[in-house]
Design a protein around this ligand. Structure first.
Ligand code: NAD
Ligand code: G6P
Ligand code: MN
Length: 446
């Protein structure tokens, strides 16, 4: 893709997502370095999408009348002529997220959007939705790149690797971006001042090095000491995202992750695997994170949209932008302009982690240019992290195999192997409840 004075066409798949307004606003802030010809929203739920679509039509008219804007549920209209698809679909919506979180908790196990049994259940739904939008993209816009946030990113990435190996899909996660923002605040620097090394699976990784990009100063000892005492909690509110009370508890829990593994800085999601008993004790099976999001982010974003439509103007600035939006726009820019910026992406290992499976989808720093991400070698990893990752990788691979083969047995094995589930007996009980709850969403297993 050449740049010059070219203007890009972007479709947002999952147009009705709570994250759509932030990404649209972020793209408007980047008109000088990532100029757009058009933004189109695509969703398969017309009612949900139209609330945001109507509000964003007003934002676009006021802030960027030169950029064409539309929202649609027709895939051909949505994808034709597009250069980038920014995807963030939630197959089954928040009602199914509630089930993913509540069912395992009722059996005494972690109930989480992307980790453990909940993430496995969500993965089985997401694969179908992801294949659908990838196929639309390839049919109507063969040169388009999909930059995908849709979760659970590790299972989605493995499904893409196996089922759509040549598709131009890049799977990403905003958690390391948010945590790195916290790290930079802790050491009194800006985000771009840090140079990091990282390895892992999605929501399952570690920073092995954090240095000053200008001076080479090593911040790891200082950060390990800080996180060992405070987790990633910071005094100032440095982001619009990950700020709810339950998120603060997660940032704080990183303290205990450093206690058991003091060498590296952990991804916050490791708490679900290393302290599952603690997580269950501090969860309410009748009011989980899905409920908090419905009562918080979803209410706020859709409330703001309705307010913009009611007033007929967005001049009050109701929509916020955050790390999540800045990362995906930077990624699109890196591809569009061949910048070779380094960012974390979820890619096939192929030796990047030298003592780990070549065909694992791993999250590592990548140099991103117009051919997509190129993984940077992270070398060998130690036994503890490798052992944890090996088990989790097998879980993710078994889920994708179970999806393809419609295999009850492989799903049972995946759940049994998950570090968040104590036995095959409990795994079977959870599986049977998940099958019941996911009728019509999962392939029928036998
Ligand atoms: P949401 O429910 O508000 O939005 C998702 C939208 O996707 C909905 O409007 C829904 O109708 C639509 N959708 C579902 N299936 C579809 C399909 N097959 N085709 C087109 N549209 C479809 O959810 P949200 O909380 O805004 O999150 C959106 C997604 O982004 C989730 O998967 C979430 O886990 C993910 N996410 C990932 C990261 C990351 O780090 N990778 C960060 C934040 C959010
Ligand atoms: C982080 C993760 C995402 C996840 C999100 C959940 O940003 O990286 O993968 O979807 O948190 O946040 P929520 O507020 O919906 O629980
Ligand atoms: Mn994530």
């Amino acid at each position: 893709m050449t740049s010059g004075d070219r203007k890009f066409n972007v479709v947002i798949a999952g147009g009705g997502s709570t994250y759509t307004p932030g990404i649209v606003k972020m793209m408007l802030q980047h008109q000088a370095d990532f100029p757009l010809a058009s933004i189109t929203l695509y969703d398969n739920d017309p009612d949900r999408q139209s609330v945001l679509g109507e509000a964003l039509a007003i934002v676009m008219r006021e802030e960027a009348p030169e950029v064409a804007f539309a929202y649609t549920t027709d895939p051909e209209t949505a994808f034709t002529g597009k250069d980038f698809c920014m995807a963030h679909i939630r197959v089954g919506g928040y009602p199914m997220r509630q089930q993913d979180e509540r069912i395992p908790l009722k059996h005494g196990c972690v109930g989480q959007e992307t980790c453990g049994a909940g993430g496995i259940a969500y993965g089985m739904r997401s694969i179908t939705g992801m294949l659908e939008i990838i196929d639309y993209m390839e049919r109507y816009a063969p040169d388009c790149w999909m930059l995908n946030y849709s979760n659970p990113a590790s299972i989605v990435a493995e499904a893409c690797r196996v089922l759509r190996p040549t598709s131009k899909v890049i799977n990403i996660c905003d958690m390391p971006v948010g945590t790195r923002r916290r790290m930079s605040y802790i050491v009194g620097k800006e985000y771009d001042d840090l140079d990091v090394r990282y390895f892992g699976l999605n929501h399952f990784g570690w920073w092995t090095s954090v240095k000053d990009v200008h001076t080479g100063k090593d911040y790891l000892p200082q950060l390990l000491e800080y996180v060992g005492e405070n987790g990633y909690l910071t005094q100032a509110a440095i982001d619009a995202q990950h700020m709810d009370e339950s998120w603060q508890a997660t940032h704080k829990k990183a303290r205990d992750l450093v206690a058991v593994d003091p060498q590296f800085l952990p991804n916050t999601y490791l708490k679900y695997y290393l302290y599952p008993d603690y997580v269950v004790e501090h969860s309410d099976p009748n009011h989980t994170r899905a409920d908090e999001v419905i009562e918080g982010r979803e209410r706020d974003v859709f409330g703001a949209a309705r307010e913009i439509v009611r007033k007929g103007t967005a001049t009050g600035g109701e929509f916020t932008v955050d790390n999540h939006a800045s990362f995906i726009v930077s990624l699109a820019r890196a591809i569009a302009y061949n910048t070779h910026e380094v960012m974390l992406c979820i890619v096939e290992n192929k030796g990047a982690i030298s003592n780990f499976d070549d065909d694992a989808m791993v999250e590592v720093p990548c140099m991103v240019g117009s051919d997509g991400p190129e993984a940077l070698c992270q070398g060998e990893i130690p036994t503890f992290e490798r052992g944890l990752m090996q088990e989790q990788l097998a879980v993710e691979k078994l889920v994708v195999e179970a999806y393809i083969e419609k295999s009850y047995l492989k799903m049972w094995q995946a759940l049994t192997l998950s570090k968040t589930i104590p036995s095959a007996t409990v795994a079977k009980a959870i599986l049977d409840d998940l099958i019941e709850a996911n009728k019509g969403w999962w392939p029928e297993l036998s």
